[in-house]
Every structure is written in structure tokens, then in C-alpha cells.
Ligand binder design. Structure first.
Ligand code: SAH
Length: 395
């Protein structure tokens, strides 16, 4: 097999099972492997470190898959990894109140660049790196065999594919296509999901447990669900017996779906408020009107996509958190999230602290939240941790 040789002194991350080799660490590539091929990664002294998937077009030149010399990545290895991923979700699979969850979380499940989400009888998959794109048919066959879905729908239309030199792709891979709107169950709540055209793979599965946590604070409260998408948090708030709900998103389609989802779960939405608006503007408008809420949920999209964007992202987080605190009544609850992996939990807390100081409010952290267990954080790959949240009481 062709070899990728690292520069002297650059083997430590690979030795510590970090799955990414950056271009700057590479001394040379022996042989003439095509991008997408398997290579052996070796240190400057020629010692075997791991097997990886090569792509010279990416900053991440190789994604390491196996650190065992005798476990060369082949169909049998992909099968074992998929079986392991499925076994890790056994509790979720057995939970009759939930039928949508992440089955494969890429590097964190030993399958770089592969995302598989289960939505009832269907799987939605993303092939985000060239090495996986090349193995699409093999992976699809294995998924049919191991997970036995009615159909597999591809949503490889994520912009990160461009970094790998890949075009966007979407369509049916196996079986029958999902209905335009598939009904799923999360924590006993019903949701309509558009697997083919919805955001990401259709639903923000990583917030499942957090919706349940936030729900506990909702009885009789007036709730402002900021960045509501299809109403994940609001449906849970309604189930808890929340008072008036105000839902805010820039996407009119998302709000229409959120209203439908609320009705689907028996909510009479005539008193609720659905606002298609920019959050930064609408929160200021509320402040101008001296509106107050008992509970505010802030679940923004990823603000920081690169290190260069972190400073601007933290200003954005500070702004919305400050505004939310100003809208909260005394003793109100703020459930605030960040899904930017580049903003650490520590930095995020500092941003919320800055907002509290500027708002002149005493803020207590009641709970610290993370991504659900179907988005496991691999110890050797801290980049797999991205979602963090705080439930705060704001005096
Ligand atoms: N809370 C949701 C997920 C939120 S995803 C859930 O539980 O499912 C982020 C949402 O923010 C998307 O629906 C997107 O349309 C919306 N959004 C992004 N930027 C926005 C802005 N500036 N103003 C309002 N909404 C925005």
C-alpha cells in the first residue's frame, strides 16, 4: 500500500489516535495513490501509525480509520464499525417514545465523514469526505443489511463537501423514497420532518435530551423560542403546559411547519405567536416594546465556521444573550445554546457572563447541557464536541 510519511516530530496526534492529518505535517507521499485511496501513515522513522483515507485537495490530507496494523480498512472493518455504532444506540432503538436519532456520527464512530440519521423506517446519510464518497455503494449495502430501513436518502448537500473537492449531491440511494413529510416521534412528541428539503438531514436530533430538560421549566410560563426551526423546543414546552408561546425564525417555511407540529400534538395555537423575522432585529423590537417573557430559548445556528470567525461569533452570542436577559422577567429562565465547535464551553460561559454583567442581572447556572448520547464525544477527537448549553435563572 502507498505510504504517507509524516515530518519528524509530527507523529504525536496520530499516536494519540486523533483522526486528522493536516497537510503541514506531511513530509511526502510514496507511490502514486489517487485521492480517496487508502494509505499507510508512517512516522519520519518509517514506523507504522495508522491507515488513512487520502485527499490531497483538503487541508486534512488524511482521515485515520484504523490504528491496528492487522486491521486494514475493508468491507469487514466498515461492517464492524457500523455494528458498533448500532450497538451504541441500542437504548435509543428500544425507546418507544423516540424513533429518530443519529446512528453514525462520523469520526466519533470510527467512520470519518459519514453521518447516518435514522428517522423511523428511513435513513438519511451524508458522505462528507472523498474517501467515504468513494465507498458509498459499499456503505449503502451494509446499511441496508444491518439497519434494514425502508429506504436510504442521501443528503450530501452540505457546503463542507466543497473543502473536499466534492459537488453537492442528494437523492435516493436504496429502497423507496421517504414521504414528503415523514412523521417521527421524539420523547413522545410527534413531528413532521421533511427529509428531502429540510435543514441538515431534516431535524436537529442533537437537542433531543435538552428539549426534555427545558420542558421541565415550562409549565404555565410564557415562552419565547428563538431560532425555533420546526418547533422542537416549543412542542415540548406545549406538552408541559406552557402559557403563550412566541416562536421566532427567519424561515417562513420553518414557522409553518412549527405551527403544524404544535397542532399535531394537540396545541390550540390561536393564542400563540409566529414571527418570521431576523432575531437580532426582533429581539430589539421586543425590548423597545418592553415585552417580557418567563422563559427564553436561544438555539442559534453555527456562528463560527472557522477560527477567523470566532471573534465575530462571540459578539453575536453576546448580543442575543444580552437581549434575551433584558426580555426576561425577574427569576426567569434562559436556555442558551451554541453549536459552534470552535467556541469552547468555557468561552461560551464567558460570553454569557459578559452579557449578564452588561444586563446588570444576577445569573445562576442551573444546568449545563451538551449534545445527546447519539452524538458521542470521542475522547481522542475533541472536535466531536460542539453543542453546549446553559440553563440559567436570571434575577
Ligand atoms: N431550535 C431548533 C433548531 C434551530 S436551527 C430546533 O430545536 O429544532 C437554527 C434556526 O435559526 C434555523 O431554523 C434558521 O432558519 C434560523 N435562523 C438563522 N439565522 C437567523 C436569524 N438571523 N434570525 C432568525 N432566524 C435565524
Amino acid at each position: 500500500m502507498d505510504q504517507l510519511i509524516l515530518k519528524k516530530g509530527r507523529a504525536k496526534p496520530a499516536l494519540h489516535r486523533h483522526p486528522w492529518i493536516f497537510s503541514g505535517a506531511v513530509a511526502c507521499i510514496d507511490g502514486n495513490p489517487a485521492d480517496g485511496d487508502l494509505v499507510e501513515v508512517r512516522d519520519a522513522g518509517g514506523n507504522f501509525l495508522a491507515y488513512g483515507l487520502l485527499n490531497r485537495r483538503s487541508q486534512i490530507v488524511a482521515r485515520l480509520v484504523s490504528w491496528e496494523r492487522d486491521q486494514m480498512p475493508d468491507t469487514a472493518l466498515w461492517r464492524r464499525r457500523l455494528e458498533r455504532a448500532l450497538a451504541g444506540r441500542a437504548a435509543l432503538a428500544a425507546d418507544t417514545a423516540t424513533d429518530a436519532y443519529r446512528l453514525v456520527y462520523a469520526e466519533a464512530d470510527g467512520l470519518p465523514g459519514l453521518i447516518v440519521d435514522r428517522y423511523g423506517d428511513y435513513l438519511v446519510v451524508q458522505f462528507l469526505i472523498l474517501g467515504m464518497e468513494r465507498r458509498k455503494e459499499e456503505i449503502a449495502d451494509l446499511l441496508m443489511e444491518l439497519a434494514a430501513p425502508r429506504g436510504i436518502w442521501e443528503r450530501s448537500d452540505a457546503p463542507v463537501r466543497a473543502k473536499e473537492g466534492l459537488l453537492l449531491a442528494a437523492g435516493l440511494l436504496r429502497g423507496t423514497p421517504p414521504p414528503d413529510r415523514l412523521e417521527i416521534l421524539e420523547n413522545g412528541q410527534r413531528f413532521l420532518v421533511d427529509l428531502m428539503a429540510g435543514q441538515k438531514t431534516g431535524f436537529y436530533l442533537d437537542q433531543r435530551d435538552n428539549r426534555q430538560r427545558v420542558r421541565a421549566y415550562c409549565p404555565d410560563q410564557t415562552v419565547l423560542d428563538v431560532f425555533c426551526y420546526s418547533g422542537g423546543f416549543s412542542v415540548h414546552a406545549a406538552a408541559a403546559g406552557a402559557g403563550c408561546l412566541s416562536l421566532l425564525d427567519s424561515s417562513a417555511d420553518a414557522l409553518a411547519l412549527a405551527a403544524e407540529n404544535l397542532r399535531l400534538n394537540g396545541r390550540e395555537v390561536s393564542k400563540d405567536e409566529f414571527l418570521t423575522a431576523d432575531v437580532f432585529e426582533q429581539l430589539r423590537r421586543f425590548r423597545g416594546e418592553s415585552r417580557t417573557f418567563d422563559l427564553v430559548i436561544l438555539d442559534p445556528p453555527k456562528f463560527a465556521h472557522s477560527q477567523a470567525e470566532v471573534a465575530r461569533a462571540t459578539r453575536g452570542y453576546k448580543d442575543i444573550n444580552l437581549l434575551a436577559m433584558q426580555l426576561l422577567c425577574r427569576g426567569g429562565i434562559l436556555a442558551t445554546f451554541s453549536c459552534s465547535g470552535l467556541v469552547s464551553a468555557d468561552l461560551f460561559q464567558k460570553v454569557v457572563f459578559g452579557a449578564a454583567v452588561d444586563a446588570g442581572r444576577d445569573v445562576q447556572i442551573l444546568e449545563r447541557l451538551s449534545q445527546g448520547p447519539d452524538h458521542p464525544i470521542l475522547l481522542t477527537f475533541p472536535e466531536s464536541e460542539y453543542l453546549k448549553g446553559l440553563i440559567c435563572r436570571v434575577w
